[in-house]
Design a protein around this ligand. Structure first.
Ligand code: SF4
Length: 453
């Protein structure tokens, strides 16, 4: 018999409980279990006036942002619509059926105002990280570091070559991102290196070239993760260039040590982090084992002797060549912290190995970094089994970047300026840690978690 839907939508009174309509295995239930925002109001209290009209509850805005970044809803306008319509989102935001959802413009005002001044997103990230530590997901044994390029909200056709003079005082260009860039330049009290192109809307972003594709403006998100469970222990936004990315390692390692008293036994990274000063910093200053390939061009592949064919004697401070002659030095370091060792012309001129040692020069030169001892330690470590395991563990940080771009859809920034990028990266890293806790620690029978983006 064909049925007919009974009832209608005219009822005035309902017996309805939101809690009953959110599935037990919904992702947001897992996230809610590990999200403790009890400290948030205290953290923000100094940034609100004690008089006047009550503001939108900051916890509500933070909960809405967590939904947005956890489920790949990038537009705040769409986020407000989704929270209005979706029962699970209303439940997570502690909204009743008839409660009003804040207007999307509220986010922009708070983001540039109180949230940024109070570093609310860093507070949120660290609160979630503390919870990860309490759940035993951070061992502090091994950390991995890497950076990923994210396109910024800056069009290539609204830019100029870096060496062209630009009048930043022009009212048309007086945007928030431009003011932030000029303030940062003044504070650093330095002349920035001239980029190839400079964006007129977001000058802090860098013109960068992805392999095989056209160039674009971008920022880098730098992740420091604990390799046990792949928890992000720190995140830092930098312009998309190698030196800023590598320098952010020091900032993050020091910050994690200062805030949580956690310092890794070893640090895993790619060749970019294997420069001599960086290795020296890890070994000498921080006593961290570098599981990083040593950066250097000492290995030759043209059939001539490599530097490794020469033996160094630290006591006599000299090299010995394969023919048993010595390469000596004056001991003076070059401006880039290298010391030169040279063989004697008279010994080389009649040497039978000259054609495979220094065929185009009268003698052989070897430049040795003042941090060469640290490079030797890193080279020795690269032959251990622990290092081989670290090469595999490094993939965990790459997987987090893939997840960030494909699942959380953060392949292009919506906010401008370095602080805009920092806000977005902090929220996305917070969402990734919450999702990981929800999926790894939730005491539910193994079944499909719903609510994924
Ligand atoms: S060319 Fe000079 S440095 Fe090279 S192996 Fe011969 S003697 Fe030694």
């Amino acid at each position: 018999m064909m049925g007919r839907q009974s009832g209608g939508q005219e009822k005035l009174f309902y017996s309805f409980n939101l809690e009953d309509h959110v599935p037990e295995n919904h992702l947001l239930r897992g996230i809610d279990r590990y999200l403790d925002l009890s400290d948030l109001r205290k953290h923000l209290s100094a940034f609100y006036s004690h008089t006047g009209r009550p503001s939108i509850d900051p916890e509500l805005m933070i909960r809405m942002l967590i939904i947005g970044y956890s489920l790949g809803i990038r537009s705040e306008r769409r986020l407000c619509e989704e929270v209005h319509l979706n029962l699970a989102y209303r439940w997570f935001c502690r909204l009743g059926l008839e409660d009003k959802v804040p207007d999307h413009s509220t986010f922009s005002k708070n983001r540039h105002g109180r949230f940024r001044e109070s570093e609310a997103f860093r507070h949120l990230f660290e609160t979630v990280l503390k919870q990860c530590m309490a759940e035993g997901l951070v061992s502090g044994e091994g950390f991995a570091i890497d950076a990923s390029i994210i396109k910024s909200d800056a069009r290539s056709d609204h830019s100029l070559p870096g060496n062209e003079p630009i009048n930043w005082k022009d009212d048309v260009r007086s945007t928030r991102a431009v003011k932030e860039y000029l303030t940062a330049l003044e504070e650093e009290n330095s002349v920035a290196t001239i980029p190839k192109r400079i964006s007129l809307t977001d000058p802090a972003t860098r013109w960068t070239c992805a392999p095989g594709g056209p160039a674009f403006f971008a920022y880098s998100t730098n992740y420091l993760i604990d390799i046990d469970a792949g928890i992000i222990v720190d995140v830092e936004a930098t312009p998309a260039n190698r030196s800023d990315e590598v320098n952010s390692t020091k900032t993050m390692i020091d910050r994690v040590e200062e805030r949580f008293n956690v310092k890794p036994h070893h640090l895993i990274g790619d060749t970019a982090y294997g420069t001599a000063p960086m290795l020296s910093w890890m070994i000498e200053d921080k006593q961290i084992e570098p599981h990083v390939p040593v950066w250097g061009k000492s290995k030759r592949d043209d059939g001539t002797f490599s530097n490794s064919d020469f033996t160094f004697d630290p006591d006599l401070d000299r090299y010995t060549c394969p023919m048993g002659n010595h390469l000596n030095t004056t001991g003076r370091a070059t401006s880039d912290n290298y010391i030169l060792y040279r063989s004697k012309n008279l010994e080389c001129i009649d040497c039978p190995a000259k054609s495979i040692c220094c065929p185009k020069t009268p003698n052989r030169k070897i430049s040795r970094s003042i941090h060469e001892q640290s490079r030797d330690v890193a080279r020795a470590l690269s032959k251990t089994d622990a290092y081989k395991q670290s090469r595999k563990d490094r993939k965990k940080v790459e997987m987090l970047f893939a997840h960030l771009k494909r699942i959380l859809k953060l392949d292009r920034l919506r906010l401008r300026g370095l602080s805009g990028a920092q806000d977005e990266f902090l929220l996305a890293a917070t969402a990734q840690n919450l999702r990981r806790m929800a999926q790894w620690c939730t005491p539910l029978p193994t079944k499909r978690v719903i609510g994924h983006a």
